[in-house]
Design a protein around this ligand. Structure first.
Ligand SMILES: [Zn+2]
Length: 557
C-alpha cells in the first residue's frame, strides 16, 4: 500500500510536471497576446464583408472585405479576420467610393436640410457649390456658417466670377476699367484663400454675359496661380456652342489653368448633333496640352430662370431695369420677338409645351405647368406669340424657375461616353414635396447607374463609378477621397447594381433614389435601411490656397 502510495505519488509528481509546464506556457501565451493586443490597432469600427469592390479607378471589380477605423479605410483584403465593432454583410452588393458632385446649387436648401437627403440617398458624399459664376462674396462667412451647421455630406466651394463682377461694377453691360479688374483680381485671390477650389463663370447669365473673354482670363490666372481650376457655364449652349467651347478652352490655355465645360449639352433642335464637333475641339485641345474636361447631368432637359428665354441685352441692370424695358412698347416688341425665336430654336425646344415652371415664388400654383397650359389658362390660344407674352408677364411679375426640354439623347450619350466627362447634377437641396424641381437633384447618380449602365449598357459599372468618384476627385485634387484604398477617407456607397434606380421624374420629382443599402461619410453610416441615421460627419473641404485667419487679423468675437 505504502509502495503503492509512493508509486502513485511519484507518478502524480511526474504527471504534474507537464501540467505545470502547460499552465505556465498558457500564461506566457496570454501575456504575449495581451502585449500584442496593446501594440496592434484596436479592432476595426466597421467591416464590409464580401463585397464587389468597385474602387473608383475604373479597374474591374473584385471581391473582398473593407475595414474602417475612425474616418479612414484601414484595410482591404480578400478576407479580413481581425475583429470589428460592426460587420455588414455586403455580399451581392457593390461597395464603391461615395460620389462627388462637382456642380450643385446646394446652398438652395442645405441649411434647411443639412443631411441633403436627395443627394446622400443616391450615394453622394461630397457636394460642391458656387457654380455658374455665382457664389457668396466674400466666401469666408458662408464657409463658417457651413462649419457651424452639422452636415451629413462633405461640402466644398468655388468662388464665382459673376458675383465678383456684380460686387465691383454692378450688373451693367460695359468693360471693366483697369482699376476694377485689379479689384476683381484681389477678390479672386481672397476667395481662393477663403478655401475655394477655383473660379466658376456663368457667361450665359447677367453679369457674366457682359464680361469679355480677356477679362475672364485675367481673373482665371489669379485662381490658377493659387492652384485653382476654372469651371464654366458657357456663354451659349445652342447655336453658338462651338464658339463657347473655344472660349472655355481659351480661358484654360491662355489663363494657364485647368478648365472645365460644365453641364455640357447641346440646346435647340437645329443644333442637335454638334457634340461631335464640341468633343473634337476638346480632344484637339487636350492633344496640344490644354487641360480641359467636362461634366454633365443625364437628362434631356435643363433648368434655370425663365428669363433664359430673354435676349441677353434685355437683362442688364436688375429687375427694375428689365421691368422698365418691358413697359416701353418698342423694347417690349423686340424682347418678345427674341423670346419667340428662343422658343423656336433655342431653349424652348420648338414648342411652348417643352417649357415647364419648376417653382414660382409669387404663384406657387404655376409649378409643374407648362407654357402651353399657362397660356390657355390666361384665356389665349397657345401660339408662339401668346406663349412669348406669357413669358414676358411671368418675368414682369418677378420671374420663375423653368425646366426646358431641348436636348437630344444622342448628344447626351455621346458626351457621357467621352473619357474626360464626369457626372455632376447641377441640382440643389429641395425641400421634400415643395415646388416641382428638375429631377436631377434626386436622381442624377442613380440614373447613370440604372439607365446608362444597366439598361443601355453605354458605360461599364466601373467606368460610371470612376466618372462619379476619382474623376472629380482628381479634377479637384482631393488627395484622400474618390478612390477605395487603405489610408483614404471612408466615404463609401453600398448599392445593389441590379436594383439601383432613380425614381424622380419631371411629373413627380420628389422621390428618392432606390437600391442603396448604406452610405458612409468619413467612416460613419449616414444612411441605412431606407432612412437617414442621426450621424452628421460631413466636413467643409478647403481648396489648395486656404489660409485659416491668423489670430492677429481675426475679428474679435
Ligand atoms: Zn449652369
Amino acid at each position: 500500500m505504502d509502495g503503492n502510495r509512493q508509486l502513485s505519488s511519484r507518478a502524480a509528481g511526474r504527471a504534474a510536471w507537464p501540467r505545470l509546464m502547460a499552465l505556465s506556457s498558457a500564461i506566457l501565451l496570454a501575456c504575449l497576446a495581451l502585449a500584442l493586443t496593446a501594440q496592434t490597432p484596436r479592432p476595426y469600427d466597421l467591416l464590409l464583408r464580401g463585397a464587389r469592390i468597385v474602387d473608383g479607378t475604373g479597374s474591374p471589380w473584385y471581391r473582398g472585405d473593407l475595414a474602417i477605423a475612425g474616418d479612414t479605410i484601414a484595410a482591404m483584403a480578400p478576407r479580413i479576420e481581425a475583429p470589428a465593432s460592426r460587420v455588414i454583410d455586403a455580399s451581392g452588393l457593390v461597395v464603391s467610393p461615395g460620389f462627388i458632385d462637382i456642380h450643385t446649387h446646394a446652398r438652395r436648401g442645405i441649411f434647411d436640410v443639412p443631411t441633403a437627403d436627395n443627394y446622400t440617398r443616391q450615394g453622394v458624399t461630397t457636394i460642391f457649390e458656387g457654380p455658374d459664376g455665382g457664389s457668396p462674396v466674400p466666401l469666408r462667412p458662408f464657409m463658417e456658417k457651413l462649419t457651424a451647421t452639422k452636415l451629413a455630406p462633405n461640402f466644398g466651394m468655388f468662388v464665382g466670377q459673376g458675383s465678383i463682377r456684380e460686387k465691383v461694377i454692378g450688373s451693367v453691360d460695359r468693360k471693366a476699367t483697369p482699376a476694377e479688374i485689379d479689384q476683381m483680381r484681389r477678390l479672386v485671390r481672397e476667395g481662393m484663400r477663403d478655401g475655394a477650389f477655383g473660379l466658376t463663370t456663368g457667361l450665359f447669365y447677367v453679369p457674366g454675359i457682359f464680361t469679355p473673354t480677356d477679362e475672364v482670363i485675367e481673373l482665371a490666372k489669379e485662381a490658377g496661380a493659387l492652384g485653382g481650376i476654372h469651371v464654366s457655364h458657357m456663354r451659349n449652349e445652342a447655336a453658338g456652342v462651338l464658339d463657347s467651347v473655344r472660349e472655355t478652352i481659351a480661358v484654360g490655355e491662355r489663363g494657364g489653368l485647368p478648365t472645365q465645360i460644365t453641364h455640357h449639352k447641346i440646346i435647340g433642335t437645329g443644333n442637335w448633333g454638334r457634340s461631335v464637333d464640341t468633343l473634337r475641339l476638346v480632344d484637339e485641345a487636350r492633344a496640344r496640352g490644354v487641360d480641359v474636361t467636362i461634366d454633365q447631368y443625364p437628362y434631356t432637359a435643363s433648368s434655370t430662370g425663365i428669363q433664359a428665354l430673354f435676349p441677353p441685352w434685355a437683362l442688364g441692370g436688375g429687375q427694375a431695369e428689365v421691368a422698365k424695358r418691358l413697359r416701353d412698347p418698342a423694347e417690349r416688341a423686340r424682347i418678345k420677338s427674341a423670346v419667340i425665336e428662343n422658343i423656336k430654336y433655342d431653349r424652348g425646344g420648338g414648342d411652348p409645351k417643352n417649357v415647364t415652371i419648376a417653382s414660382c415664388a409669387w404663384d406657387p400654383s404655376l409649378a409643374g405647368r407648362n407654357l402651353t397650359e399657362i397660356t390657355r389658362a390666361r384665356g389665349q390660344e397657345p401660339t408662339l406669340e401668346n406663349a412669348a407674352e406669357t413669358v414676358l408677364s411671368i418675368v414682369e411679375r418677378g420671374g420663375a424657375q423653368g425646366i426646358f426640354h431641348a436636348i437630344a439623347g444622342q448628344d447626351l450619350e455621346r458626351i457621357l461616353r467621352h473619357p474626360v466627362t464626369m457626372v455632376g447634377s447641377d441640382g440643389e437641396v429641395p425641400i421634400f414635396g415643395r415646388a416641382a424641381p428638375h429631377p436631377r437633384s434626386y436622381g442624377t447618380f442613380a440614373r447613370v447607374l440604372a439607365v446608362y449602365v444597366r439598361e443601355k449598357g453605354l458605360l461599364t459599372l466601373e467606368e460610371a463609378v470612376r466618372k462619379m468618384s476619382s474623376a472629380p476627385a482628381s479634377r479637384l485634387r482631393l488627395p484622400d477621397r474618390g478612390v477605395l484604398r487603405p489610408g483614404m477617407k471612408a466615404d463609401i456607397a453600398v448599392f445593389d447594381p441590379a436594383r439601383v434606380k432613380d425614381k424622380a421624374t419631371f411629373e413627380n420629382p420628389h422621390q428618392y433614389a432606390e437600391g442603396f443599402a448604406c452610405v458612409l461619410v468619413n467612416g460613419q453610416v449616414i444612411y441605412e435601411n431606407g432612412a437617414m441615421t442621426t450621424a452628421r460627419p460631413g466636413r467643409v473641404l478647403y481648396g489648395p490656397a486656404y489660409q485659416p485667419v491668423s489670430p492677429a487679423t481675426a475679428p474679435h468675437r
